[in-house]
Design a protein. Structure first.
Length: 202
């Protein structure tokens, strides 16, 4: 007779847990062994007991205080991947102008707009967003290193039609950013709407 574990499908749809961290967490909430930390751990214990064979993916917004809690949760058994983002799929949206360095835009026309996502190096992998060209973010991509950016497939084809995007420089968010990666599109706004230009900043 096959064991219960062997009867489980080889590939299961993960349970994605999205966490919105509050910006005004108290020091006592962040302290080791705090009631809040125990409550977070208890929630994940309940999920593992309820769905023992389902992979867990954790996503968290980039709010003060959330980083420390997520870092601790990442080490919990049963959590397959952790990623940080300031804007989760099907969540809020805002757009920033983006233009290609060295490209002249016609008078009276406006450069394209893109949806920015501020993420950590783990987010794209945690979300299963495929890398199509270039590289992912690494720990070396930080505030002291040259500014780098990853754009989606729609962004690459819109900004660089018929051209290579990797190594090119775009101007957005008040600075110059080198494109180091191109990833697959995500239906961020809704499941019915086609994806627009999306850019990921570390």
């Amino acid at each position: 007779m096959k064991s219960e574990e062997s009867q489980q499908p080889a590939h299961l749809v993960p349970l994605v847990v999205a966490v919105t961290g509050h910006r005004d967490l108290r020091d006592e909430d962040l302290a080791e062994g705090s009631a809040l930390r125990k409550e977070v751990a208890s929630c994940f214990d309940d999920l593992r007991l309820t769905y023992p064979h389902t992979p867990l993916l954790l996503l968290s917004g980039l709010a003060e205080g959330a980083d420390q809690l997520v870092a601790e949760v990442e080490s919990l058994p049963g959590v397959e991947a952790v990623g940080l983002s300031d804007c989760l799929p099907l969540g809020r949206n805002r757009s920033w102008g983006i233009r290609v360095q060295g490209v002249a835009y016609e008078e009276g026309s406006y450069p394209p707009s893109a949806f920015p996502r501020i993420v950590d190096r783990r987010y794209l992998s945690a979300m299963g967003i495929a890398l199509l060209d270039g590289r992912q973010f690494t720990v070396d991509d930080n505030e002291e290193s040259p500014q780098v950016i990853i754009i989606n497939e729609t962004g690459a084809s819109t900004l660089f039609p018929g051209e290579e995007a990797i190594g090119r420089v775009v101007i957005t968010a008040g600075g110059e950013w080198e494109v180091v990666g191109v990833v697959a599109d995500v239906r961020h706004q809704s499941l019915e709407e086609d994806p627009g230009i999306e850019m990921y900043l570390p």
